[in-house]
Ligand binder design. Structure first.
Ligand SMILES: Nc1ncnc2c1ncn2[C@@H]1O[C@H](COP(=O)(O)OP(=O)(O)O)[C@@H](O)[C@H]1O
Ligand SMILES: [Mg+2]
Length: 235
């Protein structure tokens, strides 16, 4: 089982969008997939509720909503045989919830939007992640993904240099695209929409999916952890 945590201290950078698209990609590729929604607003749970019944099932857990008669441990347990778990983090999470999410993660994806405020905040967040989360010691891999990038993207160079100095890859840039909105509204991911209409977006996802399936040797110290394979999408 591989657990991917999508997190940043900022709201609106695309955590839920990227979580949903990751889960739908792996589920559509045949992996038994679960999502854990740590956001009290429950946007992942909302997305799952819109998911058409004929598409591969994704098991949803709402981490912030205690369920009657279940202990927390039971509530947070994914079904037996689950191969992929995607955790959608809320903005500004700290303390035990933050540590609980980190403890489960094999890989962490940090989305950042093209705003100088977000870029600055993301540098601070990544630094905190390394320090407070002790992720290096735990062998958890981290990457950063630019999201909602428009044609005239701002300067990511200072962030890229900062990440490079920490050995953290800036793996891809995802465009600002109506296809993500269309997919979100219908409980799907872009890999489940028409292939021709989403070829541009799919191309941009490849570096992230490759990074999740085949890490650079020696980077992040995560060797020996299970990996999700790149899946061939038939649609
Ligand atoms: N690449 C994208 N293209 C277009 N809209 C996007 C993209 N990523 C996110 N959005 C939209 O931006 C808003 C915030 O994204 P969301 O994933 O909810 O962020 P977060 O979970 O980090 O708060 C949502 O309305 C979402 O549909
Ligand atoms: Mg969200």
């Amino acid at each position: 089982m591989q657990t991917i945590l999508v997190i940043n201290s900022k709201g609106g950078c695309g955590k839920s969008t990227i979580s949903a698209n990751l889960a739908s990609y792996y589920a559509a590729g045949g992996a038994k997939t679960a999502m854990i929604d740590y956001d009290p607003q429950g946007s992942t749970m909302h997305w799952l509720s819109a998911r058409p019944a004929h598409l591969p099932h994704i098991h949803g857990i709402h981490a912030c909503k205690p369920r009657n008669g279940l202990t927390r441990v039971w509530q947070m347990t994914v079904p037996p045989g689950t191969e992929c778990v995607v955790i959608d983090a809320p903005a500004g999470v700290t303390g035990t919830k933050f540590q609980e999410m980190i403890n489960r993660a094999d890989a962490i994806v940090v989305p950042v939007t093209p705003s100088s405020i977000d870029i600055h905040a993301t540098s601070a967040f990544v630094r905190d992640l390394l320090l407070i989360g002790r992720i290096r010691r735990a062998g958890i891999r981290v990457c950063v993904v630019a999201n909602r990038v428009r044609r005239h993207a701002p300067q990511y160079e200072p962030l890229k240099r900062f990440l490079a100095s920490l050995g953290i890859p800036f793996v891809t840039s995802l465009a600002d695209s109506d296809n993500y909105i269309a997919a979100a509204e219908s409980g799907m991911g872009i890999h489940e929409l028409d292939r021709d209409e989403t070829s541009f977006e799919r191309e941009q996802w490849l570096p992230l999916l490759r990074w999740l399936s085949a890490p650079d040797q020696g980077e992040g110290g995560g060797e020996g952890r299970p990996r999700l394979n790149l899946v061939s999408m038939s649609r």
